[in-house]
Design a protein. Structure first.
Length: 160
């Protein structure tokens, strides 16, 4: 027997031992490679989620308008207090004027404000982000063992 045949035989025996050992223990190298592939896929997915497309001037303008109602309500409420302290008589006249507003109009104003802020809060609660694309979840594919296995084929046939 030549030295080349001995080396080939040793490799074959080593491969057979490794295959048998993988039945009882996990191949650390393959496990690390699979973990690395999952990590790279997760990083790619996270990177795709945070890419932003440049918006046009109209979209930026509308986004700016959509951000105005809450600060305007807060600032106008503070301004009412300042107005009441600066001109109590004028403030009192304006508040008396509000008393003449019909009650159904107050209900309508309350409904509009409630629905506006309620829908806005609900969209945040649901996690809707129009600027983040929906990326499918990557699933690891399980590869069937190589080579024919009559017992496994028979078992698969009885299970289906």
């Amino acid at each position: 027997m030549s030295i080349f045949n001995l080396g080939r035989t040793a490799r074959q025996v080593g491969g057979a031992v490794a295959e048998v050992a993988e039945v009882f223990t996990i191949n650390a190298t393959k496990a690390e490679q699979a973990a690395h592939q999952r990590y790279v896929a997760a990083l790619g997915q996270a990177g795709a989620e945070f890419e932003r497309k440049r918006k046009g001037w109209f979209d930026r303008f509308i986004d700016g308008l959509n951000r105005l109602p809450r600060p305007m309500l807060a600032l106008s409420t503070i301004a009412l207090f300042a107005y009441a302290m600066k001109d109590p008589a004028g403030f009192s006249e304006r508040m008396q004027g509000l008393a003449y507003v019909p009650e159904p109009l107050w209900w309508l104003l309350g409904a509009v404000v409630s629905f506006y802020f309620g829908a806005r809060e609900l969209s945040y609660f649901r996690g809707y982000r129009p600027d983040i694309p929906v990326v499918p979840v990557l699933k690891a594919e399980i590869q069937p063992p190589s080579g024919a296995n009559p017992a496994l084929d028979e078992w698969r046939g009885t299970k289906s």
